[in-house]
Design a protein around this ligand. Sequence first.
Ligand code: UDP
Ligand code: MG
Length: 327
Amino acid sequence: MLLSVVVPCYNEEAVILETHRRLSEVLSGMKNLDWEILYVDDGSSDRTPELLGQVQRAEERVRFIRLSRNFGHQIAFSAGLDYAHGEAVVVIDADLQDPPEVIPEMVERWRDGYHVVYGARTCREGETTFKLWTAKIFYRLLNRLSNLKMPVDVGDFRLMDRKVVDALRAMPERDRFLRGMVSWVGFRQIAVLYKRAPRFAGESKYPLLKMIRFAADAVISFSFVPLRLVIWLGVGAIGLAFLGILYAIVLRFFFDPSHWVRGWASIFVAVLFMSGVQLISIGIIGEYVGRIYGEVKHRPLYFVQEGKEGKSKKVKGKSVDTPKGVN
Ligand code: UDP
Ligand code: MG
């Protein structure tokens, strides 16, 4: 059985050789297992591609692809899945924050019959409190907002069976939030615990702005809740408007003019009511936009875990039965 290890790398010249040494050490120690390492260079501007080229020339089991420019971690990850040949694929960061020593345990679980074995972090050394907190809030929020049940404190370090890899490859969406997608596809999933180490060397490639973009991708790809919020806002506004309208009418008709300004009631009522109506309308349009978005993503409707044979042939229109001239 072939195991592919995919390593996305972006400007990792400071760590890449050490990463390679530790990875090969762990992989060589595993019995009854064929393996390959696939490095995906995500348009690095330092010596990373050069070093990876050397490693590849020296070792047969190492493959190396170089993207034409920097596309971002999630895309590099997807490219790795496209090029990996293995029966199972492990994706691991290049900076040694995810310890390669966990891989044998993942393979063990995979042999037990699990399709996804994700690394769950028990503790994260060398991360700022800010990053820890934002990560925590983010995952809880995402679970609330979407119907994904994503495990908390899980990164992209995981092993995936060929079935899952093919499922992910069948999802052509462009904004790729892979850990969400992996949860979404289903199959048998299980966690292994590990301690997330600090970065071995070099700097994080995820500054705050990129993190916010990442979070937005996640929420927007998996949830219509922000769109639906508008409808609820509209309903709330209309509810308030009716109270306001009542108030204005009572003032206008049951109190003497010293209590109100001429023309005030009509403007007040119109503004309140119309803004509620507008919000609801935007929300309804949003609902359709959300559905269009869902359709455009072209995700497969389902995946089959077992028993693929016997699917009937696609029916192509009714042209066979339709007599000529009838249409
Ligand atoms: N990475 C990448 N493309 C990018 C940014 C990062 O391939 O545009 C890789 C990077 O080399 C590393 C992994 O993605 O292997 C995770 O990045 P990083 O360690 O900087 O993120 P953090 O661990 O700080 O979230
Ligand atoms: Mg890192």
